[in-house]
Structure formats: structure tokens, C-alpha cells
Design a protein around this ligand. Structure first.
Ligand SMILES: C[S@@+](CC[C@H](N)C(=O)[O-])C[C@H]1O[C@@H](n2cnc3c(N)ncnc32)[C@H](O)[C@@H]1O
Length: 363
């Protein structure tokens, strides 16, 4: 395992939260130095900043501003100096007459355009994770795996400069990509971030004492392999949120959490976001949407020695089959012989009157 940190991650209680009452948010004062780069995200555009250009067809280009540099396309060029020192929301016109709108990329823009090793958690799911796992400023959070670092950035935004996020990734190459993405976005190392290379179940017990962690966020193939490590690290009432891509993973995780007995009844859901086309009277859903990303599951750590309450509702009949699955187990309503005969009659596929209805044996 290797662990590196930009700065020691302070505990939740060691510093004021970003929204601490009685004080202005750290980065609200124009000109103040913001540890997570808030000041870099305001004011005139500067050398070294990433800027997103949108052309008249809505196509995006991302450039890093540099003195004396030139942006070239097949529709002409313009000099970066025309943007440097100007406000966001400026429009610059290329030598070929194409107008480009210049804005700093939002986190959601950045995540969708940054280099990827592993598949990223999309902004719609990152928002759900932050909200439903209740990731708050100052929280002590563990995340694994890190992949490309997309979710990491939302978690860092939520815990704030005085929170603590320890991200654990078993692949050294993915961790390097994630670090580069995160540090590019924040303009340098984030004060609340630690990144370790190794397996969650090996690393977490070494870096966290029992019951010290407020939230655990898992995005990996087999989260159920880490239930014991998570139960060890989470404080009573602490939240586990897991993101999985398939129903089979979701089911395995839920059942293993129930069997473990140290967690509350798991809750699962997915979110679908449908964009809308807005043009005059043509206001309608977009024809295309992202139909599936993943499923989310949350559960909370019981106090030590307190068994999870029994569910009041008994599981549906057949939900836990002892034998081979039947259509009934899967919730299929049996179809009566009468109905089958009616459908066959309607289709003209009438069985011979009074005769044998079984099909002839194949020859
Ligand atoms: C889909 S990616 C995570 C993507 C990431 N959440 C993002 O938004 O960019 C899954 C990652 O989990 C890592 N992983 C899988 N099992 C792990 C474990 N037990 N401990 C640490 N990392 C693990 C994989 O190497 C992979 O990089």
C-alpha cells in the first residue's frame, strides 16, 4: 500500500466548516486565496486556466489559456490573448468568422470531457450520492475505487477544505489518472484529500480506527467483499452508499448486508434524467437519453451489539426460493387454461374439438 496526502486530513472537529456560522465562507472575499481553487473559478480569465469554447452548432472545445498561443480549427484561428484578462461569457470570433462562447467548464462539463481510465460516475449519480448519503462539510469519508476520480471531485466539493476524504484504489495506473484529473480541476492538491493504492479491505483498517468514519462510498465490482471492513470503520449511524451497474450485483450486496446483521434495511434506486428540447413551440423531451448508468444502494451502521430490526413486512412469497425458480416465484401471474383456449380461438389456432390438444411428437 502507498499512501500520499497533500496535507494531513483534518478531523471534522479540527477546523471551521466552509459554512461555519459567524464567519464568511473562506473563499467569498474577492482576492482571498481559496485552497480548493475557488478564487481560480471567479474573475477574469487567466493564463493556465481551462476554458470551454462552444461554437454556433453547440460543439465543445476545451483549451488551456497560454500567452501568445493560438486556437486553430478548419474555420480559422484566434489568439488566446483575446480571452486572457477578459470575463467569462465573452465571445471571440475566429479569422474564419466563427463565434466561440468562452466559459470556465463546470464540474459536470469537466468530468464528461476529462481523460478516463475506468468508467466514471456521471454527474446525475454523483449528485444523488452526495445528497442521499448526506455527505456534509467536515465529514470523514472513505471512497473506493477511485477509477478516474470523477466521483472523488464531487465528494471533495461536499466535504469541503476542512473535511476528510480518503480514496483507495487498487490500480496504481488508475490512481495516477485520478490524481491528475483531480489536481487539474482544483488547480493543485486538495487539502482534504488522501489517496492510497491498495485493496480497500487491506488499506481501510490500517488508516481508520474502528467506528471513526462517517460515510463510505463504494464504486467497485464486488462491494460485498468489503462488508466486514466497512462495518469496522463506520461509526454508528454512518452511511454506506454503493454504486453498482447490474441488478445481480445489487441483489448480492443487499442480501449479504442483511445476512451481516450490522446494517439497517438497504434502500435501492436508480435515477433517470431526460433532457428537454426547447425551441419556440417545439418543447419536448430529447429523442435520446442515457437509459442506464447504475443502481445506488444505501444502508446505515447499527450500534455495536444491536441487531438490525426484523422487517415488518414478510418477504414476498417465492422471493427466497428453496427450489428451482418458477414463474410464480418471479411474480408472473398464472394464465388459466380457459384464457389460453380463448386466445387460441381468437388467433384461429383452435385445438381439435374434443381431441387431444398436445402437439404431435416431432419426427
Ligand atoms: C468504475 S471504477 C470507479 C470510477 C470512479 N468512481 C469515478 O467516478 O471515476 C471502479 C474502480 O474500483 C477499483 N476497485 C475495485 N475493487 C477494489 C477494491 N477492493 N479496493 C480498491 N479499489 C477497487 C478498480 O480498480 C476501478 O478503478
Amino acid at each position: 500500500m502507498t499512501t500520499s496526502s497533500s496535507a494531513p486530513g483534518p478531523r471534522a472537529t479540527t477546523g471551521p466548516a466552509d459554512d461555519a456560522p459567524g464567519g464568511a465562507p473562506r473563499d467569498s472575499v474577492p482576492g482571498a486565496v481559496g485552497a480548493t481553487g475557488a478564487t481560480l473559478r471567479r474573475g477574469p480569465l487567466r493564463v493556465g486556466e481551462r476554458v470551454q469554447l462552444t461554437d454556433p452548432r453547440g460543439r465543445l472545445h476545451t483549451i488551456t489559456l497560454a500567452a501568445d498561443a493560438t486556437f486553430h480549427t478548419h474555420k480559422g484561428y484566434f489568439r488566446h490573448d483575446e480571452l486572457i484578462g477578459g470575463p467569462e461569457g465573452s465571445v471571440v470570433t475566429s479569422s474564419g468568422g466563427v463565434a466561440y462562447l468562452a466559459l470556465r467548464p463546470l464540474l459536470s462539463d469537466y468530468v464528461l470531457s476529462m481523460p478516463r481510465g475506468a468508467a466514471v460516475v456521471y454527474p446525475k449519480d454523483a449528485g444523488q450520492i452526495v445528497a442521499m448519503a448526506d455527505i456534509y462539510p467536515g465529514a470523514r469519508v472513505i471512497e473506493a475505487g477511485v477509477g478516474s476520480g470523477a466521483l472523488t471531485m464531487s465528494l471533495l466539493r461536499a466535504v469541503g477544505d476542512h473535511g476528510y476524504l480518503h480514496s483507495i484504489e487498487r490500480r496504481e495506473d488508475f490512481a495516477a489518472i485520478a490524481r491528475a484529473n483531480v489536481e487539474t480541476f482544483f488547480g493543485g492538491p486538495h487539502p482534504a484529500w488522501n489517496l492510497s493504492i491498495g485493496d480497500l479491505s487491506d488499506v481501510m483498517p490500517q488508516v481508520e480506527g474502528p467506528g471513526q468514519v462517517d460515510r463510505v462510498v463504494l464504486d467497485m465490482l464486488a462491494p460485498w467483499e468489503n462488508i466486514d471492513a466497512v462495518a469496522h470503520a463506520l461509526a454508528p449511524g454512518g452511511v454506506l452508499v454503493a454504486y453498482v451497474a447490474t441488478t445481480t450485483q445489487l441483489s448480492r450486496l443487499a442480501e449479504d448486508l442483511r445476512d451481516d446483521g450490522r446494517f439497517t434495511e438497504p434502500q435501492a434506486w436508480e435515477s433517470m434524467v431526460r433532457g428537454w428540447h426547447l425551441e419556440g413551440l417545439a418543447v419536448r423531451p430529447e429523442h435520446r437519453m442515457i437509459g442506464h448508468t447504475g443502481f445506488l444502494l444505501t444502508t446505515r451502521r447499527m450500534a455495536d451489539g444491536v441487531p438490525a430490526p426484523e422487517r415488518r413486512r414478510r418477504p414476498a412469497k417465492g422471493a427466497y426460493p428453496e427450489h428451482e425458480w418458477t414463474p410464480d416465484d418471479l411474480g408472473e401471474r398464472p394464465v388459466s387454461d380457459k384464457k389460453i383456449r380463448r386466445v387460441r380461438r381468437d388467433l384461429g389456432a383452435v385445438p381439435p374439438q374434443g381431441g387431444d390438444t398436445t402437439p404431435p411428437a416431432a419426427t
